[in-house]
Design a binder for this molecule. Sequence first.
Ligand code: NAP
Length: 306
Amino acid sequence: MSVIYDRVALIGLGLIASSMYWAIKRAGLAGEVTGYARSPETRATAREIGLCDRICDTAAEAVEGADLVVLCVPVGAMGDVAAELASVLKPGATLSDVGSVKRHVIDAVAPHVPEGVHFVPAHPLAGTEHSGPRSGFAELFDNRWCLLVPVAGSDAGAVDRLARLWRGMGSNVDVMDADHHDLVLAVTSHAPHLIAYTMVGVADDLRRVTDSEVIKYSAAGFRDFTRIAASDPTMWRDVFLTNKDATLEILGRFTEELFALQRAIRTGDGQLLFDYFTRTRAIRRGIIQAGQDTAAPDFGRGKGGT
Ligand code: NAP
Protein backbone atom coordinates (compact mmCIF):
# COMPACT_ATOMS: atom_id res chain seq x y z
CA MET A 1 0.00 0.00 0.00
CA SER A 2 1.38 3.46 -0.82
CA VAL A 3 1.35 6.71 1.15
CA ILE A 4 -1.98 8.53 0.79
CA TYR A 5 -1.23 11.60 2.96
CA ASP A 6 2.24 12.92 3.75
CA ARG A 7 1.12 14.26 7.13
CA VAL A 8 -1.85 13.13 9.24
CA ALA A 9 -2.80 14.75 12.58
CA LEU A 10 -4.96 12.88 15.08
CA ILE A 11 -6.68 15.15 17.62
CA GLY A 12 -7.85 13.21 20.70
CA LEU A 13 -5.99 9.96 21.42
CA GLY A 14 -8.56 7.39 22.50
CA LEU A 15 -9.75 4.07 21.10
CA ILE A 16 -10.48 5.31 17.60
CA ALA A 17 -7.41 7.54 17.11
CA SER A 18 -5.02 4.92 18.49
CA SER A 19 -6.57 2.23 16.26
CA MET A 20 -6.23 4.60 13.28
CA TYR A 21 -2.56 5.12 14.05
CA TRP A 22 -1.80 1.39 14.23
CA ALA A 23 -3.87 0.70 11.09
CA ILE A 24 -2.14 3.54 9.18
CA LYS A 25 1.26 2.19 10.23
CA ARG A 26 0.33 -1.40 9.35
CA ALA A 27 -0.32 -0.40 5.74
CA GLY A 28 2.15 2.52 5.44
CA LEU A 29 -0.57 5.00 4.51
CA ALA A 30 1.07 8.20 5.82
CA GLY A 31 4.53 9.73 5.90
CA GLU A 32 4.17 11.08 9.44
CA VAL A 33 1.34 10.90 11.98
CA THR A 34 1.24 13.53 14.72
CA GLY A 35 -1.02 13.30 17.75
CA TYR A 36 -2.46 15.57 20.40
CA ALA A 37 -4.65 14.95 23.47
CA ARG A 38 -5.77 17.61 25.92
CA SER A 39 -4.46 15.95 29.10
CA PRO A 40 -0.73 15.61 29.86
CA GLU A 41 -1.47 12.08 31.20
CA THR A 42 -2.82 10.89 27.86
CA ARG A 43 0.09 12.50 25.99
CA ALA A 44 2.56 10.80 28.37
CA THR A 45 0.88 7.42 27.86
CA ALA A 46 0.97 7.90 24.09
CA ARG A 47 4.70 8.66 24.19
CA GLU A 48 5.31 5.68 26.45
CA ILE A 49 3.59 3.18 24.14
CA GLY A 50 4.92 4.70 20.91
CA LEU A 51 1.54 5.94 19.74
CA CYS A 52 2.05 8.36 16.82
CA ASP A 53 5.36 9.35 15.23
CA ARG A 54 5.28 12.62 17.18
CA ILE A 55 3.10 13.66 20.15
CA CYS A 56 2.68 17.43 20.38
CA ASP A 57 1.93 19.54 23.44
CA THR A 58 -0.45 21.81 21.56
CA ALA A 59 -3.10 21.05 18.99
CA ALA A 60 -1.73 23.82 16.76
CA GLU A 61 1.68 22.15 16.64
CA ALA A 62 0.13 18.79 15.71
CA VAL A 63 -2.01 20.32 12.95
CA GLU A 64 0.58 22.61 11.41
CA GLY A 65 1.41 21.43 7.89
CA ALA A 66 -0.96 18.41 8.09
CA ASP A 67 -2.67 17.24 4.89
CA LEU A 68 -5.35 15.43 6.89
CA VAL A 69 -6.62 16.39 10.35
CA VAL A 70 -8.99 13.96 12.07
CA LEU A 71 -11.02 15.04 15.11
CA CYS A 72 -11.25 11.99 17.41
CA VAL A 73 -12.87 13.61 20.47
CA PRO A 74 -16.38 13.14 21.91
CA VAL A 75 -19.16 14.50 19.70
CA GLY A 76 -19.99 17.31 22.14
CA ALA A 77 -16.41 18.64 21.99
CA MET A 78 -16.02 18.71 18.17
CA GLY A 79 -17.16 22.32 17.65
CA ASP A 80 -14.82 23.83 20.28
CA VAL A 81 -11.86 21.79 19.06
CA ALA A 82 -12.51 22.81 15.43
CA ALA A 83 -12.72 26.48 16.45
CA GLU A 84 -9.37 26.18 18.22
CA LEU A 85 -7.67 24.62 15.18
CA ALA A 86 -9.27 26.57 12.35
CA SER A 87 -6.59 29.22 11.94
CA VAL A 88 -3.77 26.65 11.73
CA LEU A 89 -5.29 24.43 9.01
CA LYS A 90 -3.23 24.35 5.84
CA PRO A 91 -4.98 25.50 2.62
CA GLY A 92 -5.91 22.40 0.60
CA ALA A 93 -5.92 20.17 3.71
CA THR A 94 -8.82 17.86 4.57
CA LEU A 95 -10.54 18.14 7.94
CA SER A 96 -12.44 15.02 9.02
CA ASP A 97 -13.85 13.51 12.20
CA VAL A 98 -14.94 10.10 13.49
CA GLY A 99 -17.97 11.18 15.55
CA SER A 100 -20.85 8.75 16.06
CA VAL A 101 -23.44 11.45 15.21
CA LYS A 102 -23.15 13.41 11.98
CA ARG A 103 -25.73 16.23 11.71
CA HIS A 104 -24.66 17.76 15.02
CA VAL A 105 -20.94 17.51 14.17
CA ILE A 106 -21.51 19.13 10.77
CA ASP A 107 -23.52 21.98 12.30
CA ALA A 108 -20.89 22.50 15.02
CA VAL A 109 -17.74 22.20 12.87
CA ALA A 110 -18.64 23.54 9.38
CA PRO A 111 -18.87 27.21 10.45
CA HIS A 112 -15.22 27.09 11.57
CA VAL A 113 -13.79 25.50 8.39
CA PRO A 114 -11.74 28.08 6.51
CA GLU A 115 -12.01 28.67 2.77
CA GLY A 116 -9.80 26.24 0.86
CA VAL A 117 -10.00 23.46 3.50
CA HIS A 118 -12.07 20.38 2.58
CA PHE A 119 -14.42 19.17 5.31
CA VAL A 120 -15.29 15.47 4.92
CA PRO A 121 -17.03 14.02 8.02
CA ALA A 122 -16.75 10.26 8.59
CA HIS A 123 -17.88 7.56 11.00
CA PRO A 124 -16.17 4.17 11.31
CA LEU A 125 -18.76 1.60 12.45
CA ALA A 126 -16.29 -0.18 14.67
CA GLY A 127 -15.62 0.02 18.37
CA THR A 128 -15.30 -1.77 21.64
CA GLU A 129 -16.41 -0.93 25.18
CA HIS A 130 -12.83 0.16 25.98
CA SER A 131 -11.48 3.68 25.71
CA GLY A 132 -8.23 5.60 26.01
CA PRO A 133 -4.88 5.50 24.18
CA ARG A 134 -4.02 1.96 25.24
CA SER A 135 -7.23 0.43 23.90
CA GLY A 136 -6.53 0.72 20.16
CA PHE A 137 -5.41 -2.03 17.80
CA ALA A 138 -4.64 -2.17 14.07
CA GLU A 139 -7.40 -4.65 13.18
CA LEU A 140 -10.33 -2.67 14.65
CA PHE A 141 -11.59 -1.47 11.26
CA ASP A 142 -10.97 -4.68 9.29
CA ASN A 143 -14.08 -5.63 7.31
CA ARG A 144 -16.15 -2.97 9.14
CA TRP A 145 -17.96 -0.16 7.40
CA CYS A 146 -16.80 3.43 7.44
CA LEU A 147 -19.49 5.90 6.38
CA LEU A 148 -18.34 9.12 4.72
CA VAL A 149 -20.84 11.95 5.03
CA PRO A 150 -19.72 14.74 2.67
CA VAL A 151 -21.23 18.18 3.17
CA ALA A 152 -22.67 20.34 0.38
CA GLY A 153 -19.83 21.31 -1.92
CA SER A 154 -17.36 18.73 -0.55
CA ASP A 155 -14.52 18.29 -3.05
CA ALA A 156 -14.88 14.92 -4.84
CA GLY A 157 -11.10 14.42 -4.90
CA ALA A 158 -10.86 14.98 -1.13
CA VAL A 159 -13.70 12.49 -0.50
CA ASP A 160 -12.05 9.91 -2.74
CA ARG A 161 -8.68 10.33 -1.02
CA LEU A 162 -10.20 9.89 2.45
CA ALA A 163 -12.09 6.81 1.18
CA ARG A 164 -8.75 5.35 0.04
CA LEU A 165 -7.30 5.92 3.52
CA TRP A 166 -10.21 4.10 5.21
CA ARG A 167 -10.00 1.23 2.72
CA GLY A 168 -6.26 1.05 3.43
CA MET A 169 -7.09 0.76 7.15
CA GLY A 170 -9.23 -2.30 6.35
CA SER A 171 -12.71 -0.75 6.11
CA ASN A 172 -15.42 -1.00 3.51
CA VAL A 173 -16.54 2.52 2.59
CA ASP A 174 -19.99 3.92 1.83
CA VAL A 175 -21.21 7.48 1.36
CA MET A 176 -24.34 8.61 3.19
CA ASP A 177 -26.39 11.72 3.88
CA ALA A 178 -26.08 13.04 7.49
CA ASP A 179 -29.75 12.76 8.50
CA HIS A 180 -30.06 9.27 7.07
CA HIS A 181 -26.84 8.29 8.88
CA ASP A 182 -28.23 9.51 12.20
CA LEU A 183 -31.49 7.56 11.76
CA VAL A 184 -29.72 4.35 10.71
CA LEU A 185 -27.33 4.62 13.66
CA ALA A 186 -30.19 5.31 16.06
CA VAL A 187 -31.62 1.90 15.06
CA THR A 188 -28.42 -0.10 14.85
CA SER A 189 -26.38 1.39 17.68
CA HIS A 190 -27.80 4.25 19.75
CA ALA A 191 -31.18 2.79 20.84
CA PRO A 192 -29.63 -0.68 21.52
CA HIS A 193 -27.05 0.98 23.80
CA LEU A 194 -29.79 2.79 25.71
CA ILE A 195 -31.72 -0.47 26.10
CA ALA A 196 -28.57 -2.24 27.37
CA TYR A 197 -27.92 0.58 29.87
CA THR A 198 -31.53 0.28 31.05
CA MET A 199 -31.48 -3.52 31.37
CA VAL A 200 -28.29 -3.46 33.42
CA GLY A 201 -29.81 -0.72 35.57
CA VAL A 202 -32.92 -2.88 36.16
CA ALA A 203 -30.76 -5.88 37.07
CA ASP A 204 -28.80 -3.70 39.46
CA ASP A 205 -32.04 -2.75 41.22
CA LEU A 206 -32.99 -6.40 41.35
CA ARG A 207 -29.62 -7.35 42.80
CA ARG A 208 -30.52 -5.53 45.95
CA VAL A 209 -33.36 -8.01 46.32
CA THR A 210 -31.56 -11.16 45.28
CA ASP A 211 -28.04 -10.41 46.55
CA SER A 212 -25.45 -11.57 44.06
CA GLU A 213 -27.64 -13.88 41.96
CA VAL A 214 -27.70 -11.50 39.01
CA ILE A 215 -23.91 -11.64 38.78
CA LYS A 216 -23.52 -15.26 39.79
CA TYR A 217 -25.96 -16.64 37.22
CA SER A 218 -25.21 -14.01 34.61
CA ALA A 219 -25.85 -15.85 31.34
CA ALA A 220 -25.03 -14.87 27.79
CA GLY A 221 -27.96 -12.52 27.21
CA PHE A 222 -27.29 -10.41 30.27
CA ARG A 223 -23.50 -10.59 29.90
CA ASP A 224 -23.80 -9.11 26.43
CA PHE A 225 -25.86 -6.25 27.85
CA THR A 226 -23.24 -5.59 30.55
CA ARG A 227 -20.49 -5.39 27.93
CA ILE A 228 -22.38 -2.77 25.95
CA ALA A 229 -23.38 -0.93 29.14
CA ALA A 230 -19.68 -0.63 30.09
CA SER A 231 -19.13 1.77 27.15
CA ASP A 232 -17.66 5.21 27.79
CA PRO A 233 -20.14 7.46 29.69
CA THR A 234 -18.93 10.73 28.10
CA MET A 235 -19.16 9.41 24.56
CA TRP A 236 -22.63 7.99 25.05
CA ARG A 237 -23.99 10.98 26.94
CA ASP A 238 -22.95 13.10 23.95
CA VAL A 239 -24.47 10.66 21.44
CA PHE A 240 -27.92 10.85 23.08
CA LEU A 241 -27.80 14.61 23.56
CA THR A 242 -26.80 15.21 19.93
CA ASN A 243 -28.87 12.53 18.15
CA LYS A 244 -31.97 13.35 20.15
CA ASP A 245 -34.70 13.32 17.48
CA ALA A 246 -33.72 10.09 15.73
CA THR A 247 -33.14 8.26 19.02
CA LEU A 248 -36.50 9.38 20.42
CA GLU A 249 -38.22 8.32 17.17
CA ILE A 250 -36.73 4.81 17.39
CA LEU A 251 -37.40 4.50 21.13
CA GLY A 252 -41.06 5.42 20.45
CA ARG A 253 -41.32 2.57 17.95
CA PHE A 254 -39.46 0.25 20.32
CA THR A 255 -41.94 0.99 23.11
CA GLU A 256 -44.89 0.21 20.80
CA GLU A 257 -43.38 -3.15 19.84
CA LEU A 258 -42.55 -3.92 23.47
CA PHE A 259 -46.18 -3.28 24.43
CA ALA A 260 -47.35 -5.58 21.60
CA LEU A 261 -45.11 -8.39 22.86
CA GLN A 262 -46.12 -7.70 26.46
CA ARG A 263 -49.78 -8.00 25.43
CA ALA A 264 -49.07 -11.27 23.54
CA ILE A 265 -47.50 -12.73 26.69
CA ARG A 266 -50.43 -11.57 28.83
CA THR A 267 -53.05 -12.98 26.43
CA GLY A 268 -51.09 -16.16 25.69
CA ASP A 269 -50.74 -15.35 21.97
CA GLY A 270 -47.99 -17.89 21.23
CA GLN A 271 -48.40 -17.54 17.47
CA LEU A 272 -47.54 -13.83 17.59
CA LEU A 273 -44.46 -14.50 19.71
CA PHE A 274 -43.33 -17.39 17.46
CA ASP A 275 -43.78 -15.38 14.26
CA TYR A 276 -41.98 -12.38 15.75
CA PHE A 277 -38.99 -14.43 16.91
CA THR A 278 -38.83 -16.23 13.53
CA ARG A 279 -38.57 -12.85 11.80
CA THR A 280 -35.83 -11.59 14.14
CA ARG A 281 -33.83 -14.81 13.77
CA ALA A 282 -33.73 -14.22 10.00
CA ILE A 283 -32.19 -10.77 10.65
CA ARG A 284 -29.41 -12.37 12.69
CA ARG A 285 -28.74 -14.85 9.86
CA GLY A 286 -28.52 -11.92 7.42
CA ILE A 287 -25.88 -10.20 9.60
CA ILE A 288 -23.77 -13.38 9.68
CA GLN A 289 -24.14 -13.89 5.92
CA ALA A 290 -22.96 -10.30 5.38
CA GLY A 291 -19.79 -11.20 7.32
CA GLN A 292 -20.53 -8.69 10.10
CA ASP A 293 -20.51 -11.22 12.97
CA THR A 294 -19.53 -14.79 13.80
CA ALA A 295 -21.96 -17.71 13.65
CA ALA A 296 -20.06 -19.49 16.45
CA PRO A 297 -22.17 -20.18 19.54
CA ASP A 298 -21.86 -17.47 22.20
CA PHE A 299 -19.89 -15.27 19.76
CA GLY A 300 -17.03 -17.80 19.73
CA ARG A 301 -16.26 -17.30 23.41
CA GLY A 302 -15.89 -21.04 23.96
CA LYS A 303 -17.73 -22.47 26.92
CA GLY A 304 -20.45 -19.90 27.19
CA GLY A 305 -23.52 -19.36 29.27
CA THR A 306 -26.97 -20.46 28.30
P1 NAP B 1 -11.99 7.84 23.97
O1 NAP B 1 -11.21 6.57 23.89
O2 NAP B 1 -12.81 8.11 25.19
O3 NAP B 1 -10.98 9.09 23.74
C1 NAP B 1 -11.47 10.38 23.66
C2 NAP B 1 -10.32 11.36 23.42
O4 NAP B 1 -10.91 12.68 23.33
C3 NAP B 1 -9.30 11.41 24.55
O5 NAP B 1 -8.01 11.60 24.01
C4 NAP B 1 -9.71 12.66 25.34
O6 NAP B 1 -8.59 13.37 25.87
C5 NAP B 1 -10.31 13.56 24.28
N1 NAP B 1 -11.33 14.46 24.85
C6 NAP B 1 -12.36 14.11 25.66
N2 NAP B 1 -13.11 15.20 25.94
C7 NAP B 1 -12.53 16.25 25.30
C8 NAP B 1 -12.82 17.63 25.24
N3 NAP B 1 -13.89 18.14 25.88
N4 NAP B 1 -11.99 18.41 24.50
C9 NAP B 1 -10.92 17.91 23.85
N5 NAP B 1 -10.60 16.58 23.89
C10 NAP B 1 -11.40 15.77 24.61
O7 NAP B 1 -12.97 8.02 22.73
P2 NAP B 1 -13.17 7.15 21.40
O8 NAP B 1 -13.93 5.91 21.75
O9 NAP B 1 -11.91 7.05 20.66
O10 NAP B 1 -14.21 8.10 20.63
C11 NAP B 1 -13.77 9.23 19.91
C12 NAP B 1 -14.84 9.61 18.91
O11 NAP B 1 -15.10 8.49 18.06
C13 NAP B 1 -16.17 10.02 19.52
O12 NAP B 1 -16.69 11.11 18.81
C14 NAP B 1 -17.06 8.79 19.30
O13 NAP B 1 -18.41 9.17 19.13
C15 NAP B 1 -16.48 8.21 18.03
N6 NAP B 1 -16.62 6.76 17.86
C16 NAP B 1 -16.46 5.92 18.93
C17 NAP B 1 -16.63 4.56 18.76
C18 NAP B 1 -16.48 3.60 19.92
O14 NAP B 1 -17.04 2.51 19.90
N7 NAP B 1 -15.75 3.94 20.96
C19 NAP B 1 -16.92 4.03 17.48
C20 NAP B 1 -17.01 4.91 16.40
C21 NAP B 1 -16.86 6.28 16.60
P3 NAP B 1 -7.96 13.00 27.29
O15 NAP B 1 -7.59 11.55 27.26
O16 NAP B 1 -6.78 13.88 27.34
O17 NAP B 1 -9.01 13.31 28.30
